[in-house]
Ligand binder design. Structure first.
Ligand SMILES: Nc1ncnc2c1ncn2[C@@H]1O[C@H](COP(=O)(O)OP(=O)(O)O)[C@@H](O)[C@H]1O
Ligand SMILES: [Mg+2]
Length: 283
């Protein structure tokens, strides 16, 4: 198992009048190599949960294991460096964290901090910049001259430059145009296909259906479900009870099935759906 949570609690501002119990008894096992979506309402604890995966937050109680590294309330890993290299976390709106004068400097900041020499770091910067869809001419530009979407790509490149085993993304496509969002998701899928674990916080169920293997549903600080994507989208009434929008195709199948069809709700592909409808009409 690459990521394990055992009875994890998180209380913000514990023992103050402002204390808030954001994670309650979280048990989780996320297998290596999977692409897992983390969904749930705003305030359900998604961002709090993922910040435990690289010890930005420590559990108030319980244990977090990231491969062979243990994190508890009292056992902060002796050196966070190996953990930060292992688990790369891209915050929501990471573009606000760019701070160097050139894109190159911004991207090599992390790798250099981990002791990689300058030449290697520069090679890495070129490689990851290309991965996020920007050419080498950007290296000497200022991150502040870029569009919002380009800044986001640079921020993601900075995390990829550390070559993490686990890539954690907090709503990476929020506010991007559909084409930009699609390119980004394709990139994460490609990274996942090289054997890396990807955790994706998302509100977009079409993304979850198309790209992810498994889904974790958070509700009021608890993990309510951890199932395969197929399992989740079979449970249309459960999703509707959470007022989670179904993926477009799943919603369409649901409508058809409400009207006498018996179509497999796990179909993800429009051609397959058309085939199934045709098959039933010909019966
Ligand atoms: N730094 C903080 N101090 C106090 N409460 C917080 C803090 N950060 C988040 N919270 C609260 O914890 C709950 C979970 O927040 P969060 O993990 O950001 O949820 P999500 O990412 O699912 O929207 C929310 O009610 C939020 O207001
Ligand atoms: Mg959040």
């Amino acid at each position: 198992m690459s990521i394990t949570f055992k009875k994890v609690e998180h209380i913000y501002s514990e023992k103050t009048p402002f204390s808030y119990h954001a994670l309650k008894g979280v048990d989780l096992n996320i297998e290596k190599g999977k692409m897992t979506a983390l969904i749930g309402h705003t305030g359900s604890g998604k961002s709090t949960l993922i910040q435990h995966m690289n010890a930005l937050l420590l559990p108030s109680a319980g244990e977090v294991h990231i491969e062979d590294i243990l994190i508890t309330a009292t056992d902060k890993p002796e050196s966070l460096k190996p953990l930060r290299k292992k688990a790369g976390l891209v915050f929501q709106f990471p573009e606000y964290q760019l701070f160097e004068e050139t894109i190159l400097k911004d991207i090599i900041f992390g790798p250099k901090n981990f002791g990689i020499n300058e030449d290697e770091a520069i090679e890495m910067a070129k490689k990851v910049l290309k991965m996020v869809g920007l050419d080498e001419s950007y290296l000497e530009k200022s991150p502040f001259d870029l569009s919002g979407g380009q800044k986001r790509r640079v921020a993601i490149a900075g995390i990829l430059a550390m070559d993490p085993d686990i890539l954690i993304l907090d709503e990476p496509t929020a506010g991007l145009d559909p084409q930009g969002a699609k390119e980004m998701l394709n990139l994460f899928k490609k990274i996942n296909q090289t054997g890396k674990t990807v955790i994706l916080v998302s509100h977009d169920m079409d993304q979850v259906l198309e790209y992810c293997d498994e889904v974790i549903v958070m509700n009021k600080g608890k993990v309510e479900k951890h199932v395969s994507v197929d399992e989740l989208f079979k449970e249309t009434s459960y999703l509707m009870s959470l007022s989670i929008d179904l993926p477009i195709i799943t919603s369409f199948i649901h409508e058809l099935n409400q009207n006498g069809f018996h179509i497999d709700p796990t179909i993800k592909d429009m051609n397959k759906l058309i085939e199934s409808i045709g098959g039933e009409l010909n019966e």
